[in-house]
Design a protein around this ligand. Structure first.
Ligand code: NAP
Length: 321
């Protein structure tokens, strides 16, 4: 709990980190502000949850007609913004969805598992909508575009994040596994952008999730790494094609991030050993966290307004030092 004085002698109580004033709220609702520019940046993130705001003492200006804000408000730097996050029901995609929703955005998250989507929706609340679909299916992507159009009308950000991993040594890689990786990670990403591009507002940001693997030579990851390298290339081509609409396209390249996924796929001992190796070889001597990816992805999508065609490594220096 925190109390602070803002305009006209009004005291605002809130349970999160962010002060809200009714004039600022009105500006945001009217779409004139991205966020609460009147407040020091250290007070403006993250918005936590709904807050009850009350006038704790009378306004100092008796002529003021301003009314206290009461009730539940979810307001933040991304209020009024609409985003799609493919693969948004788990891991890094869910981290991006949480980051944006906590700051006021409305998001559509996609994935193939209805169960995972339902669980994510439960976690994210009413500002998250779910659309089940396979990014490798153009029919599903058409349906996604229609639903996004119906719900949001247009988009401010698109996070092309859905991806799969298939690892095998060169001699053992099957055609099936190779095709699966390229169908989801390359074709899926390509047509996600194609199908949703028409909904992107002028100035919108597209963020493609690549991987540190695309600039490394890591045994058993050949198909995955090649697919991510293709995606990095697409970031440049898409960026060039969309500049006329002032749409920026960038890539985010995560290093090893602690999403809990390893523990699901390996024994606890194997996961612990794998993590220990990644930590030992990382310049920052730790794994990254989903919120560190989300922070960088949101920066590329919304704040990096003079940046397009780049790949931002968020990997503790793993590919750079
Ligand atoms: N975690 C890391 O350390 C790391 C590092 C570098 C890059 N990345 C990249 O980051 C992205 C997210 O990975 P993550 O670690 O968060 O893994 P994750 O938890 O498995 O997330 C991947 C998401 O993509 C969805 N997905 C997979 N195939 C799909 C398809 N055909 N159509 C629609 N959705 C699909 C999955 O949902 P369904 O299975 O329900 O469809 C899942 O929600 C991936 O592109 C990955 O390559 C991750």
């Amino acid at each position: 709990m925190f109390s602070g004085r803002v305009w006209q002698g009004r005291t605002v109580r809130f349970t999160g980190f962010q002060l809200v004033h009714d004039a600022a709220a009105a500006r945001v609702r009217a779409g004139r502000d991205r966020g609460l520019a009147i407040l020091p940046p250290q007070w403006t993130s993250p918005v936590t949850d709904t807050r009850t705001i009350t006038t704790a003492r009378p306004a100092m200006n008796p002529r003021s007609s301003a009314k206290p804000i009461t009730g539940d408000i979810r307001m933040g730097v991304y209020t009024g913004k609409h985003a799609v996050i493919t693969g948004g029901a788990s891991g890094l995609g869910l981290g991006i969805a949480e980051f944006l929703v906590e700051r006021g955005a409305r998001v559509v998250i996609t994935g193939r598992s209805q169960e995972r989507l339902d669980a994510a929706r439960e976690k994210l609340g009413a500002n998250a909508l779910t659309v089940r679909g396979d990014v490798a299916s153009l029919e599903d992507l058409d349906s996604l575009a229609e639903q996004v159009l119906a719900e949001f009308g247009s988009l401010d950000a698109l996070f092309v994040n859905a991806g799969i991993t298939r690892t095998a040594p060169l001699e053992e890689m099957t055609e099936k596994a190779y095709d699966e990786v390229f169908d989801v990670n390359v074709k899926g990403a390509y047509f996600t952008v194609q199908k949703l591009a028409r909904l992107l507002n002028r100035g919108a940001g597209v963020v493609l999730t690549t991987s540190a693997a695309n600039v490394m030579g890591i045994p058993t990851t050949s198909a995955y790494a090649a697919g991510k390298a293709a995606l990095r290339s697409l970031a440049r081509s898409f960026a060039a094609e969309l500049t006329s609409r002032e749409i920026r396209v960038n890539a985010i390249s995560p290093g090893p991030i602690d999403t809990g996924v390893l523990e699901k796929e390996m024994s606890p001992e194997a996961a612990a050993e794998f993590i220990a190796q990644r930590v030992a070889e990382n310049p920052l001597r730790r794994l990254g966290t989903p919120v560190e990816i989300a922070t960088a992805a949101a920066f590329l999508a919304f704040d990096a307004t003079y940046t397009t065609g780049v790949e931002l490594a968020v990997d503790g220096g793993y590919t750079q030092l």
